[in-house]
Design a protein around this ligand. Structure first.
Ligand code: F6P
Length: 339
């Protein structure tokens, strides 16, 4: 078989390890051949495709980003399933593997419903896909955020300042929750749990009263309860609002209400860059080798997923039906330690 591989949506540490896993096992065990599709679905509708031999994926598992490039462009505004089938036929491509988050996998499901042979691999640093216990890239993002918060804390302590640190997490606060707990944050603000400005300043003041410099960790998707404090950076190619900026908006409010000097820091894309952790390399490699098994078995319309310690196959329809939010009880566990 000849199989295409694409990465689509935001990049994520571990994408290259997936690509390597697919190609190595596909070549060695099944003698399949591979083509790379540039910049996600853009390459599939614009016919931007190149041969991907085994030697091109050597040593890739520790490399951040994606050698295939990525974009947030969808195929349905550019000829849809018919155009995809036409390009696949022109390259004698039997199937393709779509590596991406909720948007990418939803598109893969829709293409599958129109008869395109596709298998999915879930990725997102946000860890918000319900069909898999964990997505690769998440652990790396949490590690980068934790180290950054540790560093910000030493300067905050020296200057007796409050520091508001913004991490990624569009709909789910998993990065904020884990990095916040790991770094001993005095408040963790996530999209799933409404919190008032008075609660935030209460935690900040209590921390100062104990002689500490407060650290507030906020997910980019958090909004104050009942207040219109939103980031305004326009929209991306898929029409989704670009997030980023909630820390900048919160910090003057905290300073005004408490009189404590407050600075903000948005970690942004730092969390998606650089080398994946060993955990993410292992998970991504396993996803890759299991995805090529699913392709070989012609399990079209499925996606690989982690359940406990096993990699399983689930229907793409199931995989894209529900986001995995932080349950309130998980935030409550952390909130005991706030202030
Ligand atoms: O979905 C992963 C993610 O990192 C979100 O947390 C964030 O809102 C988004 O991607 C940012 O995407 P982009 O780099 O396209 O602005």
């Amino acid at each position: 078989m000849k199989i295409g591989i694409l990465t689509s949506g935001g990049d994520c540490p571990g994408l290259n390890a997936v690509i390597r896993g697919i190609v190595l096992k596909g070549d060695k065990v099944y003698e399949h051949s591979f083509v790379g599709i540039r910049d996600g679905y853009r390459g599939l509708v614009e016919d931007d495709i190149f041969t991907l031999p085994r030697k091109q994926v050597r040593g890739l598992s520790k490399q951040g980003g994606t050698i295939l490039g990525t974009s947030r462009m969808g195929p349905f505004e550019h000829g849809g399933a018919d155009r995809v089938k036409e390009v696949m036929e022109a390259h004698e491509m039997d199937a393709f593997v779509a590596i991406g988050g909720e948007g990418t996998l939803t598109v893969a499901r829709m293409l599958h419903e129109e008869g395109v042979p596709v298998v999915g691999v879930p990725k997102t640093i946000d860890n918000d896909l319900s069909a898999t216990d964990v997505t690769f890239g998440f652990e790396t993002a949490v590690a980068i955020a934790t180290e950054s918060i540790d560093r910000l804390r030493t300067t905050a302590e020296s200057h007796h300042r409050c520091m508001v640190v913004e991490v990624m997490g569009r709909h789910a606060g998993w990065i904020a929750l884990n990095a916040g707990i790991a770094s001993g944050a005095h408040a963790i603000l996530i999209p799933e749990v409404p919190v008032t400005l008075e609660q935030v300043t209460g935690w900040v003041q209590a921390t100062v009263n104990r002689g500490r410099a407060p650290v507030v960790v906020v997910a980019e998707g958090f909004r104050l309860a009942g207040e219109d404090v939103s980031a305004k950076h326009g929209v991306d190619h898929m029409g989704r609002p670009r997030f980023g900026g909630i820390a900048d908006q919160l910090s003057p409010l905290i300073e005004e209400l408490t009189g404590i000097e407050t600075r903000s820091m948005t970690l942004g894309h730092l969390q998606r860059g650089g080398v994946p952790t060993s955990y993410d390399r292992v998970l991504a490699t396993r996803f890759g080798t299991h995805a090529i098994d699913a392709v070989h078995r012609k399990e079209w319309g499925t996606m690989v997923a982690l359940k406990g310690t096993d990699i399983v196959s689930v229907a793409l329809a199931q995989a894209t039906s529900e986001l995995k939010s932080v349950p309130k009880h998980r935030w409550d566990e952390a909130a005991i330690l706030f202030g």
